[in-house]
Design a protein around this ligand. Structure first.
Ligand code: GAL
Length: 707
C-alpha cells in the first residue's frame, strides 16, 4: 500500500498496537514528499513468518549492496555482512548494533531506505547467512591438498548464492515495514526525515556555544562564571546546570536545592540580563519527595529506578502531567530547555540503573518496548511544554529511536573516544538523529583543542564541564582544576579556544539555513560523504570526515596527529583557511598544527560568515561577509525569522537569497515582511590559486599558537 509519495507501507502479519509510527505519526501524510524512483524489488520477493521466538521477515539483497544507518553507531559505518541488534544501551562498548539511539532504519546503495516499525529489540542480519543448501551449487570443489594458513582458514568464501536480509522481531506476530524510495540514499534519507515530520528547527540562540557548569557550583559561582565569560569575550549562549540543582538527583525531585540556589528566579534574571539561556539537567525517574510522585504513582511502571517512579509516558495524560509541572515551574519562569539524561538503559552498571525488560506499564507496554520508547516520548513531552507556550526549545538527550528527526534534542554520551564520537557524528545523519561529540574530560590541552575544533562543527557546540569548576582552557586536568591550579599553556590554549568559539558564532547564519533545509526538505545538516557522493566508492568508506551544511567538509584531527589524510570528493575544493584551491578526487596529506582543523569549501558555494558576537541577541543583526567560492552561477538562501517562536510554521519568515551570476555579479534579494536579521557588509570572491593566508573572520588563519 502506498502511503505518501515515495513512501510505501507493507503490513506483514499482525502488527503490535504501539509502534513508533502509530505513536509519533502522522505517517508523514502531511509532509511535502516528492516523487522518486520505484523501490528496488516488489513486495512478492519479501517473505515473513511467525516463529516460536517472534516474527521473521526476509528480503532480497544484492551481493555488492552496502548498508548505512541503524542510528547512532560508534563502531562501524557500512553494515553489510554484519548483524545489527537494535537494543537501547548506554554502554555500547562493542560493535553489536546496540546504542543510546539505535534506529531500525537503514539505507541501501540499492537505492532505498527501510524502516521496521517496532519498539522491539529487532535484529537485522545483512547478508550474513544463506539459507540451507543455497551454497551447494555455487562453491568450487576444494583441492585434495591444501596449504594451511590462518588466513585461508577464515577467508570468507564469497558464495555466489542469493544473499538475503533477515530481520527478526521478538515477541510479536507481525510488523509494518516502510520503504523509502531513492533513487539515491540521500533521497531515501530525506524522505524518511520528511515522513518523520521534517527535521527540527532549533531556536537561533541554541546554535551558539553551550557551557555546562560544575555539578557542585552554587548560584554565586554560576553568576561569577557567566560574568567572567562576558568579561573575557568568550562567546557562550547557554549555561547548563547539572544534578546539583535538585534537592535529590538520583532519582529526581525537580525542586531547587536552596542550599546551592537560594534564589533561582534571581539567577534566571541575572543570566538573562547578560544574554544567557538556562538549561537544566534532569532525568525521568521521580523521587518519592517530588510533588509529582503521588500523581504519577498509579500511572507508572511496576519497578523503580533509583528508588523513583518510571512514569508511563506512553499515556497522554501522564505526558500532560509531567510536562505541565515543567511548564509551570520552569518554562514559565524562563528556563529555555532541559538535558534529558539517563533514559538509555544500562546493562553493565551495577545497581538499579534502569528498569527491567519484564516491567509492565499501565499503557500495555512492557519494559523492552519502553526502553526503546522512553527517549522519544520524553523528548516529545518536554518539547510540548514549550510548544504550548509558542516557543522553541533545544536540549540534550541520552536516548532516541525511530521517527525522531523533528525532536529538538541532541544526543550525547559518557563514552569518550574521540574517533568513535566522530564516527557517530558521521552515522547520525543517516537516521534522523542529531549528535554532539561534546567536550568533556580531556587528556591534555591538545586533546581539548582537538575536541573543541570538532564540536564547533556539530549540531550542538557543547562544553560539558560538569566535573570541573574552572573552564578547561584554564586547566584540563580534573584534580588540578579542582585545586584551582592553572596550566602553564593556559594563555595560548585560551586564545585558540576563543577563536573556535568565535568561529561557531560566525557559522550561525549558515548553520541556521542548514537546519531550515532539514525542516523543509529533510536534508540532514551533518551528513556522511556517502550521502553526497554515493556513486564514488571511496566516499562510501570515509567514516572520519563529513559534510557540515551544504558547502563545508570537515576532517577532524585527533590527539597526537601532526597531519592527516583528507579525501576530497570529485569537484573542486578550497581550503577554508587559506583559500587555496584543490582538485577533488584525491587524498591530500594535510599539515595540522594545533590551531588548525582541516575544513574545505566546495567550489560553487556561497558561504555567509557572520562577525562573531558574544551571544545571539533576540533582536540582533548579524553582519555578514559573503564569500563566493569558485566560478559559475551559485546561490545560497538565508532564512530570517524571530528565531524563537513557532510563527515560522505559519509562514512568518523571510528568505534572503544570495546570488552570484555567471558573469560574477553578486546580488541579494529578500522576500517576506519580517524584520531583517542579516546585513551584508562585504562580498568576497574567491576564485584563484592563492596560497596566501586570508583571515576570514577575526584572524584564526594568521594566529600562531606557542605550543
Ligand atoms: C551523566 C551524563 C553527564 C552528567 C552526569 C551527571 O549521565 O552523561 O553528562 O550529566 O550524568 O550525573
Amino acid at each position: 500500500m502506498k502511503t505518501v509519495a515515495g513512501v510505501y507501507r507493507l503490513s506483514l502479519g499482525a502488527a503490535e498496537k504501539t509502534t513508533p509510527v502509530k505513536l509519533f505519526g502522522p505517517e508523514g501524510a502531511q509532509a511535502p514528499l516528492a516523487e522518486g524512483g520505484p523501490p528496488p524489488f516488489g513486495a512478492g520477493s519479501i517473505t515473513s513468518r511467525v516463529t516460536k521466538r517472534g516474527f521473521v521477515i526476509e528480503l532480497p539483497m544484492k551481493n555488492d549492496e552496502d548498508f548505512y544507518g541503524f542510528g547512532l553507531q560508534f563502531h562501524s559505518f557500512n553494515h553489510a555482512g554484519r548483524r545489527r541488534f537494535m537494543k537501547v544501551n548506554s554502554d555500547p562498548a562493542a560493535d553489536t548494533g546496540e546504542s543510546h539511539a539505535p534506529v531500525p532504519f537503514y539505507v541501501s546503495t540499492a537505492g532505498y531506505g527501510l524502516l521496521v516499525d517496532t519498539f522491539r529489540y529487532v535484529t537485522f542480519y545483512l547478508g550474513t547467512s544463506g539459507a540451507k543448501g543455497s551454497s551447494k551449487d555455487c562453491v568450487e570443489p576444494e583441492k585434495e591438498h591444501r596449504e594451511f594458513s590462518e588466513q585461508s582458514l577464515y577467508a570468507l568464501k564469497r558464495a555466489k548464492n542469493e544473499r538475503r536480509i533477515l530481520i527478526e522481531i521478538p515477541h510479536c506476530h507481525g510488523a509494518d515495514i516502510y520503504f523509502f524510495e531513492g533513487p539515491s540514499m540521500l533521497d531515501a534519507v530525506c524522505r524518511y526525515n520528511l515522513f518523520s515530520g521534517g527535521g527540527c528547527l532549533p531556536p537561533l540562540w541554541a546554535l551558539g556555544n553551550w557551557y555546562r557548569v560544575y555539578g557542585g557550583a552554587n548560584q554565586e559561582q554560576v553568576v561569577k562564571l557567566a560574568k567572567q565569560f562576558r568579561k573575557d569575550d568568550m562567546p557562550v549562549d547557554v549555561i547548563g546546570l547539572e544534578p546539583g540543582w535538585h534537592t535529590h538527583s538520583y532519582s529526581c525531585t525537580y525542586l531547587w536545592n536552596k542550599a546551592l540556589f537560594s534564589e533561582p528566579e534571581e539567577l534566571l534574571r541575572e543570566l538573562k540580563s547578560r544574554g544567557y539561556h538556562l538549561n537544566l539537567w534532569e532525568h525521568v525517574f521521580v523521587h518519592p519527595s517530588s510533588a509529582l510522585y503521588e500523581k504519577l504513582e498509579s500511572c507508572s511502571g511496576d519497578y523503580e529506578v533509583w528508588g523513583g517512579l518510571v512514569p508511563d509516558l506512553a499515556d497522554t495524560k501522564v505526558r500532560d502531567l509531567f510536562g505541565g509541572y515543567h511548564r509551570e515551574n520552569f518554562v514559565d519562569k524562563g528556563v529555555s530547555g532541559f538535558k534529558l539524561d539517563e533514559c538509555d538503559n544500562s546493562d553493565f552498571n551495577p545497581s538499579n540503573w534502569s528498569f527491567p525488560e519484564l516491567s509492565a506499564f499501565p499503557s500495555g507496554l512492557d519494559g523492552e518496548q519502553m526502553h526503546s520508547a522512553l527517549g522519544p516520548l520524553y523528548q516529545r513531552t518536554i518539547e510540548k511544554t514549550f510548544r504550548d507556550r509558542g516557543i522553541r526549545t533545544f536540549g540534550g538527550v541520552r536516548s532516541s529511536w525511530a521517527v525522531a528527526a523533528g525532536s529538538p534534542f541532541v544526543l550525547y554520551s559518557d563514552l569518550y573516544d574521540h574517533r568513535q564520537f566522530i564516527r557517530a557524528l558521521v552515522n547520525s545523519g543517516f537516521s534522523g538523529l542529531l549528535w554532539t561529540p561534546e567536550v568533556r574530560s580531556c587528556a591534555d590541552s591538545e586533546d581539548f583543542i582537538r575536541r573543541l575544533q570538532s564540536v564547533v562543527f556539530s549540531p550542538q557546540s557543547l562544553l560539558n564541564c560538569w566535573r570541573i569548576p574552572n573552564p578547561p582552557w584554564f586547566q584540563t586536568d580534573i584534580e588540578k582544576n579542582l585545586a584551582g591550579e592553572q596550566m602553564p599553556e593556559s594563555d595560548c590554549i585560551t586564545a585558540i579556544a576563543k577563536k573556535y568559539l568565535e568561529l561557531r558564532m560566525a557559522l550561525i547564519p549558515y548553520l541556521y539555513s542548514s537546519f531550515w533545509r532539514y525542516r523543509l526538505e529533510g536534508l540532514p545538516p551533518v551528513r556522511s560523504l556517502a550521502l553526497d557522493y554515493q556513486y564514488d566508492d571511496r566516499a562510501r568508506s570515509v567514516d572520519d570526515h563529513y559534510m557540515f551544511g551544504d558547502s563545508l567538509m570537515v576532517a577532524p584531527v585527533f590527539r597526537g596527529e601532526k597531519s592527516r589524510n583528507v579525501f576530497l570528493p570529485l569537484g573542486e575544493w578550497y581550503d577554508f583557511w587559506t583559500h587555496e584551491r584543490f582538485a577533488g578526487g584525491q587524498v591530500l596529506a594535510y599539515e595540522t598544527p594545533l590551531e588548525r582543523i582541516p575544513v574545505f569549501v566546495k567550489s560553487g558555494s556561497i558561504l555567509p560568515l557572520a562577525e562573531p558576537v558574544q551571544f545571539v541577541d533576540e533582536n540582533g543583526i548579524f553582519n555578514l561577509i559573503v564569500f563566493c567560492f569558485g566560478g559559475g552561477e551559485k546561490h545560497f538562501t538565508l532564512y530570517e525569522d524571530d528565531g524563537i517562536s513557532l510563527a515560522h510554521e505559519k509562514g512568518r519568515y523571510n528568505t534572503f537569497l544570495l546570488v552570484q551570476d555567471k558573469a560574477g555579479k553578486v546580488n541579494a534579494a529578500r522576500t517576506g515582511t519580517e524584520p531583517p536579521r542579516y546585513d551584508i557588509k562585504e562580498w568576497k570572491l574567491i576564485d584563484g590559486e592563492s596560497n596566501a593566508p586570508k583571515p576570514t573572520f577575526g584572524g584564526v588563519v594568521n594566529w600562531k599558537a606557542e605550543t
